[in-house]
Design a protein around this ligand. Structure first.
Ligand code: PMP
Length: 381
């Protein structure tokens, strides 16, 4: 989709891209300045594999301040984005055939990372009626003697679903009975939350702390996707194994980025309120307009910056050219080719028939895209 959108744009077609997984805001000036200062001060050499101590200290304080969790500095590791931390954790811990429970819809990288590390992803569908969230009974049914990890992502990509503290405690009650299972909580969208209260499983079930890896980062909250800084906090043996792998692969993320991330985590947080207010306004616009479009239906995401839209009402309809919309990929292609709007089909997140619409774009662009999508739906027969 992205390649096709790029090709269309290169040939002069006016394409609105709503397939992006990153905030459209600039990195706040104070964070950029910290990066520039790091270069000028000569912080341009190798750093410790786990990340510079002041950054890990700031992360430790963040966990204490936001969640009441106490970690030692040697229980924190910094990588090239949350993505590398998740990958390293799987690579460090999975033996061939070990299973990772992945609730779907999910970020597509999870199953592929598990496979790259030699494991088997066990996909557990969580339908819209249950808020796209894993229920304790479905979790229990998915557990086998080979289960090594449960993966949780809240707020979620692509659905915006947010687990409440009670829901996490109920999942923890199942996990508690299976001592071999660890929990990986991907909290990358923590700060981008609207009508819900954020909670993470380490906080909801502190007795599981020695088998919980909590992953987070600055990409989404601080508009720093390109700086590549993410982090993980968890049990010492796992963090040591992650560091060992990192020492033989990337060594560490950029020294300059680490200094910028230090400013993001320990400095002024006022940009966050502005980001959240802007995203909330855009979310309301997009979800309202999508629900008015013929054949589309969309529940309100509580966090992140995506609307996950059912296009079940359009499956089987015909385009003006006579082609049948048989899948969400057909619908996404139709939107791209006919009205120049790029979205991601639900099949990319292992859930169909849906499309994911990112609202990390300027309101004028979003309004224009909604006009186009509405017209495209109306044109189907
Ligand atoms: N987890 C989820 C659920 C994501 O959507 C993304 C970004 N698409 C990441 C992790 C990766 O974040 P980072 O830029 O920190 O690697």
């Amino acid at each position: 989709m992205t390649a096709r959108a790029r090709a269309l744009r290169a040939s002069g077609v006016d394409v609105i891209t709503l397939s992006q997984g990153e905030p459209d805001f600039a990195t706040p000036a104070a964070i950029c300045e910290a990066g520039i200062r790091a270069i000028q001060d000569g912080h341009t050499k190798y750093t410790p594999v786990a990340g510079i101590a002041p950054l890990r200290e700031a992360i430790r304080q963040k966990f204490r301040r936001d969640h009441g969790l106490d970690y030692g500095l040697d229980q924190i590791t910094v990588g090239c984005g949350a993505k590398q931390v998740v990958f390293n954790a799987f690579f460090a811990s999975l033996d061939a055939g070990d299973e990772v429970i992945v609730p779907t819809p999910c970020w597509v990288s999870y199953p592929d990372m598990v496979k790259l590390a030699g494991g088997n992803p066990v996909l557990v569908p969580c339908d819209e009626a249950q808020g796209f969230k894993l229920r304790p009974d479905s979790l229990e049914q998915a557990i086998t003697p080979r289960t090594k990890w449960l993966l949780l992502n809240s707020p979620a990509n692509p659905t915006g679903a947010v687990y409440g503290r009670d829901e996490l405690a109920a999942l923890a009650a199942v996990i508690r009975r299976y001592p071999r299972i660890h929990v990986l909580s991907d909290d990358i969208y923590e700060k981008l939350i609207y009508d819900a209260v954020f909670s993470t499983i380490a906080e909801a079930a502190p007795d599981l702390l020695d088998r919980t890896l909590t992953v987070n980062g600055v990409s989404k909250s601080d508009a720093m996707t390109g700086w590549r800084v993410g982090y993980g906090a968890g049990p010492r043996p796992l963090i040591q194994a992650i560091n060992l792998i990192q020492s033989q692969t990337s060594s560490h993320t950029s020294s300059v980025s680490q200094h910028a991330a230090l400013a993001a985590i320990s400095g002024d947080q006022s940009h966050l309120a502005a980001f959240v207010a802007a995203f909330r306004q855009r979310r309301d616009l997009v979800v309202g307009r999508l629900n008015e479009a013929d054949g589309l239906r969309c529940s309100m995401p509580e966090g992140a910056f995506y609307a996950f839209v059912s296009c079940a009402g359009l499956i089987g309809r015909k385009t003006p050219a006579g082609a049948v919309i048989a899948t969400d990929t057909d619908f996404a292609m139709y939107l791209l080719e006919e009205v120049g709007v790029a979205v991601v089909p639900g099949s990319g997140f292992l859930a169909s028939p849906y499309i994911r619409v990112s609202f990390a774009a300027a309101p004028e662009m979003l309004a224009s895209a909604m006009d186009r999508i509405t017209a495209a739906c109306k044109a189907l027969s």
